[in-house]
Design a protein around this ligand. Structure first.
Ligand code: P6P
Length: 337
């Protein structure tokens, strides 16, 4: 049986290979790991304790907040405030940047996260997830934090990843040196390396989109969906359609099996011309992961990681997955047909 490597050992090995590493990055990751274990414990017993249901509040997105959403958000903010290497955080659940409370040690990193994405699926026991993105501030730690420290392109991320709370709890992340997956062994409370060097297949056989909105799509988007349904494509037969409605679960399937997930812009809500998904806490981290695994992520045409953020909760259309599939979609959008 291969020696089981814990995520902490993996991080220390990575730290050794990075001459400039000071261990501060590892401390940050260790608090993310502890938060994941705490959230996983509550998510996996959600049906048994009073953490289901709505809090009666709505978040900055105008979405009803579920108790587990709020719980996960509190855990991450509490734990990460004390890691001593952050100067700020931003959460999908909070309107503004979260500064580190006075008196707590600060550092040069910024953490941006969606504490529990897909939470509308909680009551149905569908896999949900935490998504995180790590940036390094551009201005000196001694000075004031500027919006430009937070609103950085995805290409500036130093690390990114997600935790998927499913049939098992998995932590998948990259620090720019490939993508690695760790599965939580609840018996010992450790994330063990289960998926080293994940590579996404260059082309898949599954596409993932909410077809219920097809009447709101523009012509190129409808053309894209027709491509996956017909037999003239590269596969000479239609793709399968799979859609869970939980971004982390849908993305994780494509990372391992190949294929492409799409959340296009649609005309349903004039206040959300860029579609539903958020650039900073969803598209950017998953785009870093998929590129490190050999895949691509665009807004249909532009590389996600090149997009200059205009505001913290900016929404963006998302096409993410296997290289050949994403390039084919780009070709259709650019032909404008
Ligand atoms: P729709 C969950 O609410 C979420 O933010 C993502 O996890 C998921 O991919 C998407 O929304 C599903 O949205 O409009 O298809 O229900």
């Amino acid at each position: 049986m291969a020696p089981q490597i814990t995520v902490t050992e993996h991080l220390l090995l990575h730290q050794k290979r990075t001459p400039t590493a000071t261990g501060r990055f590892t401390r940050l990751f260790n608090e993310i790991i502890l938060s994941a274990k705490i959230i996983s414990r509550e998510v996996t017993k959600a049906g048994l304790v009073d953490v289901l249901g709505f809090t009666g509040d709505t978040n900055v997105q105008g979405e009803e907040v579920r108790k587990l959403d709020e719980y996960a958000n509190r855990v991450l903010i509490h734990r990460l405030s004390r890691c001593g290497v952050l100067c700020a955080m931003a959460s999908e659940e909070n309107a503004d940047v979260i500064e580190i409370a006075a008196g707590l040690p600060v550092g040069e990193y910024i953490l941006i996260f969606d504490p529990l994405d897909g939470s509308s699926n909680i009551d149905a026991n569908v896999s949900i997830g935490t998504i995180f993105s790590i940036l390094r501030r551009k201005t000196p730690v001694e000075g004031p934090l500027l919006s430009s420290d937070v609103l950085q392109r995805g290409a500036e991320q130093v690390a990114a990843g997600y935790i998927v709370y499913g049939s098992s709890t998995m932590l998948v992340f990259t620090t720019g040196d490939g993508v690695h997956g760790f599965t939580l062994d609840p018996g010992v409370g450790e994330f063990l390396l289960s998926h080293p060097n994940i590579r996404i297949p260059e082309q898949g056989r599954i596409y993932s989109v909410n077809e219920g909105y097809q009447n709101y799509w523009d012509a190129p988007t409808r053309q894209v969906m027709e491509y996956f349904k017909n037999s003239e494509g590269a596969r000479r037969k239609p793709y399968s359609l799979r859609y869970i409605g939980s971004l982390v679960a849908d993305f994780h399937r494509h990372l391992l099996y190949g294929g492409v997930f799409l959340y296009p812009a649609d005309g349903r809500d004039p206040k959300k011309p860029g579609g539903k998904l958020r650039l900073m806490c969803e598209a950017n981290p998953l785009a870093m992961v998929v590129e490190q695994a050999g895949g691509l992520a665009t807004d249909g045409v532009r590389r996600i990681l090149d997009i200059e953020p205009e505001h913290l909760h900016q929404r963006v259309p998302l096409v993410i997955g296997s290289r050949d599939d994403v390039l084919k979609i780009k070709e259709i959008y650019e032909s404008g047909s």
